[in-house]
Ligand binder design. Structure first.
Ligand SMILES: [Zn+2]
Length: 346
């Protein structure tokens, strides 16, 4: 069950509890929800909730004398309390929250993918999967690091031409070794505006004990994995009580985005090369590069170097061009949806 669903179910249980008679100096949660047409996401462990209306979010915590609007603006209020088990808002607090949620002159947020980081796996002393095959009568070493660099450079050129206003970055531009943990660090430190997104795409080629194994697959981070996306250090000590809920919300958002990106890339690869190789589908895993990237991230395995037929194709520039075009299409479809949505917050 998704975290959001969990919250909503608990929210529903709470709502029933709140349907108890209201007290004059307090506004019951159910009343506030109905009045403002907002939804509640509730974290029972933290006794903290988020009132969501369109793109506005108001976070409150029981017995904490402030609320936080859109993850950044703090308003001091009389604390939300429990009365006979039900949540109640002091009238002055309810008034503040109503004003925030009913505000219509807030300019709509602009959601934008500001940067795309392309990470060709391995490099230098680390060849990745590497096999010697006889191709066209010649003995050739086929290495993952070379294939993915070739592919990444093509992708970099196309994306740069299509998105001149976005930062398009390669984690390596030549045959150099970069430690695994340094790759997402490059992406994590790109300066962007608060609502701007960065997308991380790691490119790899596969290997198997079975020489018959072939196909492409796209990985995204296991949804239950938790990174430190929102920390007390990043938002300030005063938010320490709700950092976990803010972090969970960020993780859920990145999971939705990563799954969408992985799906777009896989379906484009299916149309481009599905006729000659296998679609091993999208999968979840805890790859280090994806784990350390604090953004929507995917890892694409473009084919098996261990398979003679596939290795031969991967050494062919025209075939690699097809893969490049497919990944490009997948990324641009994702960007289109992201930038037209409100960052998938609705
Ligand atoms: Zn690899």
């Amino acid at each position: 069950m998704s975290l959001l669903k969990k919250y909503c179910l608990l929210g529903a249980a709470l709502w029933i509890a709140c349907a108890a008679p209201a007290f004059s100096e307090y506004t019951a949660l159910s009343t506030l929800l109905a009045e403002t047409a907002s939804k509640l996401e509730w974290n029972p462990l933290l006794e903290s909730g988020v009132l969501v209306k369109d793109t506005t979010q108001v976070v409150f915590t029981v017995n904490v004398p402030w609320v936080i609007v859109n993850g950044s603006r703090r308003i001091n209020v009389d604390a939300v309390r429990r009365q006979h088990g039900a949540l109640v808002f002091p009238e002055s607090t309810a008034k503040e929250i109503r004003a925030v949620l009913e505000q219509t002159d807030i300019p709509p947020k602009v959601f934008r993918v500001a940067a795309i980081v392309i990470d060709p796996g391995h490099g230098g002393k680390d060849s990745g999967a590497s096999y010697v095959h006889t191709i066209n009568g010649k003995s050739i070493r086929v290495s993952e690091k070379d294939i993915v660099l070739n592919l990444a450079k093509k992708l970099h050129v196309t994306l740069k031409a299509r998105y001149p206003d976005k930062v398009i970055l390669l984690t390596r531009e030549n045959d150099t070794y970069i430690a695994l943990e340094d790759r997402p660090y490059i992406a994590n430190t790109i300066p962007v505006k608060p609502d701007d997104a960065i997308v991380y795409i790691s490119l790899h080629a596969n290997a198997s004990m079975s020489s018959a194994a072939k196909g492409f697959e796209v990985w995204y981070l296991t949804p239950n994995y938790r990174r430190d996306l929102v920390t007390t250090a990043s938002v300030g000590k005063e938010y320490s009580e709700i950092v976990t809920i803010m972090n969970d919300m960020k993780e859920e958002e990145f999971t939705r985005e990563s799954v969408l990106l992985a799906g777009e890339i896989a379906s484009q690869l299916e149309s481009a090369i599905g006729a000659v190789t296998e679609n091993r589908k999208i999968k979840e895993g805890e790859w280090l590069v994806v784990r350390k990237a604090k953004m929507p991230a995917v890892l694409v395995e473009v084919g098996f170097v261990s398979n003679l037929e596939e290795a031969t194709r991967l050494m062919d520039d025209a075939y690699l061009q097809k893969i490049e075009k497919a990944i490009y299409n997948g990324v641009s479809h994702f960007i289109e949806q992201f930038e037209q949505s409100k960052g998938f917050t609705e």
